[in-house]
Design a protein around this ligand. Structure first.
Ligand SMILES: Cc1cc2nc3c(=O)[nH]c(=O)nc-3n(C[C@H](O)[C@H](O)[C@H](O)COP(=O)(O)OP(=O)(O)OC[C@H]3O[C@@H](n4cnc5c(N)ncnc54)[C@H](O)[C@@H]3O)c2cc1C
Length: 581
């Protein structure tokens, strides 16, 4: 058995920042990551990180923009911490060596982003996540924090109702281990791959969220899923909001800047939910290119910015457009369509990162504090990872330093977690006896079980069609029905690789189990919420309804699917108001 004082699961920005902070007060901190840390999705962040660094901007303005952007669902005490700590978080990374783009006078450069009243987004060209993640990774190496690379956490160890470690699969050897700890921080990122057309890395399968949910932690506001307006048509690789921040136009088939119809004040820089809906409306009404609202696109035109600015500020966007669409944005517009991008919901935490399970903390995209409410503003997520990663790391370390180390044999549940996961994995590896399952011709594996890819595709399709940008009761009911059926099929899955060593197909099977649980909470939460707010738009309930729905959805795990309860939004001094841009 392996033991550490504190275990941080996840080596993206939130996990690295939490571990670095914890290491200041306790010595034995370890990080577990299912991929090499530098392959965490944080590395792909492009456009930048928000902080009111001075001039006419202020943390107060940042707070107001964030709360309005959230459609008043964010918990305002959390937002106040996020925005007030922002300048410190960015300057700290700057001092640690992060290479931010600069103004001519040498200050950190800031670009305008959606829903923000000031140019507030600090950036490193269009590779901000890459730069921040490498900087923090160096720090973690310098601090001598142990990292388990390519270890996949399968569940939490619970001891007397408290979290006391994790069970993890060493992917290379195929061995399952218990790793006991005085406290655990989950920083496992989002669940984007529940949807088809996602900007997210293939590893963004929401494992940590599902693991906490199964252990009894409620998930908050899962129905709020962000669709980014501009992903490259065909591959759905992200085209950063920074492209519009630098002055890019969105135009329809008639060459018209259509945002004037939807957000005449902020145009292309309205919040993402509004721009994504505007694009789909243009497509539905026949003013786009391609196959209508199902698979159409509009143009993101950067040509007027000129070659020099595009090369200096958006070099990666140019590369992506050239390599994946054969288009040079200097001379041609980029075809774009909305795609799933961010998980506003997640493991419910308080403003210290503590979950409802004692000893378990969460930070970053897997957590829901909630600072993003019903719609996140671009540039606020990288900020969330640094601010709440640091806070959660400190809180978990403080808690861990007071707790005794769980000893071998303490609390029977330790062994149960390992045993349960072993049985689960053995069953997947063994496959299905007797040739049941299979969804008709071609869907089954050799042993008659159902292939992973069949379930994955069906899940992603029903989520995109029925739990996407525009939602209706009928569609959502269909999604819930589909997901229940897919969960049944999952019991009979079949994989081709039966070996234990470096079995990535096995890992994908475990990830799929997580995604199905989360898809269920997203669809069920969306079906129950009979209003439109932020990213959740119900065609049958097109208005925001503060009287009934100014509250958070809390989804609890039951064996039949999520049980939903509701909690009040924490409002400090910003009363819900209209949301016009
Ligand atoms: C293409 C793209 C561009 C973006 N651009 C911006 C931007 O410009 N500005 C902004 O503010 N936000 C942006 N975002 C959002 C932002 O990048 C993410 O929300 C943020 O980086 C998430 O960080 P994280 O630390 O929470 O998780 P991640 O960086 O996703 O890291 C998750 C970690 O958890 C580990 N993990 C997961 N499951 C397990 C498991 N079962 N066992 C062990 N380890 C596990 C993974 O290995 C990984 O190390 C962007 C997102 C995308 C997809």
């Amino acid at each position: 058995m392996i033991t550490h004082d504190l275990v941080v699961v996840g080596a993206g920005l939130a996990g690295l920042r939490a571990a670095k902070e914890a290491k200041k007060s306790i010595d034995d901190v370890a990080i577990i990551s299912k991929v090499h840390p530098l392959r965490s999705h944080s590395v792909a962040a492009q456009g930048g990180i928000n902080a009111a660094l001075g001039g006419t901007d202020s943390p107060d303005a940042h707070i107001r923009d964030t709360i309005k952007g959230s459609d008043y669902l964010a918990d305002q005490d959390g937002v106040e911490i996020l925005c007030r700590d922002a300048p410190g978080a960015v300057l700290e990374l700057d001092r640690l060596g992060a290479l931010f783009s600069r103004t001519e006078s040498g200050k950190i450069a800031q670009r305008p982003f959606g829903g923000a009243g000031f140019p507030r987004t600090c950036y490193s060209a269009d590779k901000t996540g890459h730069m921040l993640l490498h900087t923090l990774f160096e720090q973690v190496i310098k601090d001598g924090i142990e990292i388990y690379r390519e270890w996949y956490v399968t569940s939490l160890i619970m001891w007397g109702g408290k979290c006391r470690g994790v069970v993890a699969l060493d992917i290379k050897s195929g061995e399952l281990h218990t790793i006991t700890a005085r406290a655990v921080v989950l920083a496992t990122g989002g669940y984007g791959r529940v949807y088809s057309r996602s900007t997210n890395a293939l590893i963004n399968t929401g494992d940590g969220i599902a693991i906490a949910y199964r252990a009894g932690s409620p998930l908050k506001d899962m129905e709020f899923v962000q669709f980014h307006p501009t992903t490259l048509f065909g591959t759905n690789i992200l085209i950063t909001e920074g492209a519009r921040g630098e002055g890019g136009y969105l135009v329809n088939r008639h060459g018209e800047r259509f945002m004037k119809r939807y957000a005449p004040g902020q145009m292309e820089l309205a919040p993402r939910d509004i721009v994504a809906r505007a694009i789909v409306t243009e497509l539905k009404e026949g003013r786009g290119y391609g196959k209508g609202s199902e698979d159409g696109y509009v143009h993101l035109d950067l040509r007027h910015l000129g070659a020099e600015k595009i090369k200096e500020r958006l070099p990666q966007i140019r590369e992506i457009a050239m390599n994946f669409a054969g288009i040079d944005p200097i001379t041609e517009p980029i075809p774009v369509q909305p795609g799933q991008h961010y998980s506003m919901g997640g493991i419910a935490t308080d403003t210290s990162g503590a979950t409802s399970i004692e000893g378990l903390y969460a930070a970053g995209e897997c957590a829901c504090v909630s600072v993003h409410g019903a719609n996140r503003l671009g540039g606020n997520s990288l900020l969330d990872t640094l601010v709440f990663g640091k806070i959660a790391g400190a809180a978990a370390a403080k808690y861990a330093s007071k707790m005794p180390m769980p000893a071998p044999g303490d609390g029977n549940d330790n062994n149960n977690a390992l045993q349960n996961d072993k049985s689960r994995i053995d069953a997947i590896l063994k496959g299905v006896d007797g040739g049941e399952g299979g969804e008709g011709g071609g869907d089954g594996g050799e042993d008659g079980g159902v292939r992973l890819s069949v379930i994955v595709q069906k899940m992603r399709q029903t989520m995109l069609s029925n739990v996407g940008i525009f939602r209706t009761r009928e569609g959502l009911e269909n999604a819930v029905k589909d997901i229940k059926k897919l969960k049944d099929m999952y019991r009979n899955i079949s994989i081709d690789d039966r070996d234990r060593v470096f079995n990535t197909e096995l890992v994908q099977a475990l990830e799929l189990g997580c995604m199905l649980d989360l898809a269920h909470t997203i669809a069920a939460g969306a079906l129950a919420r009979e209003e439109s707010r932020g990213s959740h738009y119900r065609l049958d309930f097109p208005k925001r309804d503060d009287r009934t729905w100014l509250k958070h959805t809390m989804a609890y795990f039951t064996k039949d699917g999520p049980g939903l309860e509701y909690e009040d939004v924490r409002i400090t001094k910003y009363r819900p108001d209209g949301r016009v841009y």
